[in-house]
Design a protein around this ligand. Structure first.
Ligand code: SF4
Ligand code: SF4
Length: 146
């Protein structure tokens, strides 16, 4: 009786194996190939640049920094020539960021967003602090090649 049951389960397993053997693969040969992330993916934070002026849209209101639950955002402002607030520095510590998107939701100017970039590995922890320029242009990803 046991032998019949064993053979039955063995056959069932083999049927399953053959069934999946000829189905298209769902795994990706990373890093040779990379996933295209969906539009709403919450990846690395980015600062939005105004296409007409070429300058960042951020007005230094600190709302994003106040909303950030991880305290990952650090902003410094100064008074500009027209007594307007100017952003002197804007940093995001990506190692603290939890990609919640609250900063983007809080921003009244649409100046900060979460991009589809997902490769964050660096050799040095200091490389995880993204300064204004990196936040505007996107991080340079050192891609692994064989
Ligand atoms: S996504 Fe969330 S954790 Fe990351 S910087 Fe924005 S508010 Fe902070
Ligand atoms: S909320 Fe927007 S405008 Fe205000 S400091 Fe943050 S990124 Fe800049």
């Amino acid at each position: 009786m046991f032998l019949v049951t064993d053979i039955y389960y063995l056959c069932r397993g083999l049927v399953q194996t053959f069934y999946h053997l000829f189905k298209p693969s769902v795994t990706l040969q990373y890093p040779a190939r990379r996933w295209e992330m969906p539009e709403r993916w919450r990846g690395v934070t980015r600062l939005v640049v105004d296409e007409t002026t070429g300058k960042g849209k951020c007005v230094g209101c600190y709302l994003c920094a106040r909303m950030c639950p991880s305290q990952a955002i650090e902003i410094n402002t100064l008074e500009g020539p027209d007594h307007e607030k100017e952003v002197e520095s804007f940093e995001v510590d990506i190692s603290r960021c939890i990609f919640c998107g609250l900063c983007a939701e809080a921003c009244p100017k649409g100046a900060i967003m979460l991009s589809t970039d997902y490769e964050l590995a660096v050799y040095d922890r200091s490389g995880m602090i993204y300064e204004q320029e990196v936040l505007q242009q996107g991080p340079v990803i050192k891609r692994y090649t064989k």
